[in-house]
Design a protein around this ligand. Structure first.
Ligand code: 13P
Length: 258
């Protein structure tokens, strides 16, 4: 049985909450939040709020992360945000390859490979998302799809670079639909992801890569998801916008260790 040292509870706010709402979230969250040595809490607000959120959460162990960034160091890329810009406001971690970025903003495996390289060059951390569409699962191609995503974006990394990689498995059909993958479906895909990584980097490295699950995680199902051997946490969308729900998911993570 694989032993977990840490559970990640990461909120991806996507394009939700204006600054005032984000501050109101903080006011409620901070009144009730109690840290736990084995639970890592992260929140990814919009770019516009990062500076303020880093400041607000400074006295907590909550990490503020970005939802995206550009692959280039700097230059003529109107509307984009660089790694150095993120670091300059105290952000060290970025979500990359979210299915919404792949689907609506044409992010390919090649683009994502360049973004991951930038993360490594800048000594940042990536929460790298993978996941199959419903048609791919129906056609029995889900394991292959996810393996390809992992290989194309991450197999140019050196073994030591993997220290900076967290993987999030988010089946596209489970995102924002209320239809969660069963804990068994999540666990078998997470195990598959580890096997893919192990095929190039060995079992030891593959065993310690955090693999989070995302897709309709809520207080009602968090505990059973966290209980699975290969699940190291959750990337939470909708339920991370409501402080009480997000706090309840954090509680479920704490209870795993109690
Ligand atoms: P939901 O939790 O709203 O399904 O979103 C999941 C997600 O995409 C997190 O990145």
């Amino acid at each position: 049985m694989r032993k977990k040292k840490k559970i990640y509870v990461a909120g991806n706010w996507k394009m939700n909450l204006d600054l005032k709402e984000a501050e109101q979230f903080y006011a409620v969250f901070n009144r009730h939040y109690r840290s736990h040595p084995h639970v890592k809490v992260m929140i990814a607000p919009a770019f516009t709020h990062l500076y303020r959120m880093v400041y607000l959460y400074e006295d907590t162990d909550v990490e503020i992360m970005a939802q995206n960034m550009h692959w280039a160091a700097k230059g003529a890329y109107t509307g984009e945000v660089s790694a150095a810009m993120l670091k300059s406001v105290g952000v060290e971690t970025v979500i990359l390859g979210h299915s919404e970025r792949r689907q609506y903003f044409c992010e390919t495996d090649e683009i994502l490979q360049k973004k991951v390289q930038r993360v490594i060059e800048e000594n940042m951390t990536a929460v790298f998302c993978v996941g199959e569409k419903w048609e791919e699962r129906e056609a029995g191609r889900h394991f292959q799809t996810v393996a390809d995503q992992v290989k194309k974006a991450l197999f140019s990394l050196h073994p030591e670079d993997w220290e900076e990689i967290v993987i999030a498995y988010e089946p596209v059909w489970a995102i924002g639909t209320g239809q969660t993958a069963t804990p068994q479906q999540a666990d078998e895909m997470h195990r598959h992801i580890r096997e893919v990584i192990a095929s190039k980097y060995g079992n030891q490295l593959a065993g310690r890569i955090p693999v989070l699950y995302g897709g309709s995680v809520k207080p009602e199902n968090a505990a059973e998801i966290f209980a699975m051997e290969n699940v190291d946490g959750a990337l939470v969308g909708g339920a991370s916008l409501i402080p009480e729900k997000f706090l309840d998911i954090i509680e479920a993570a704490k209870q795993y260790f109690d």
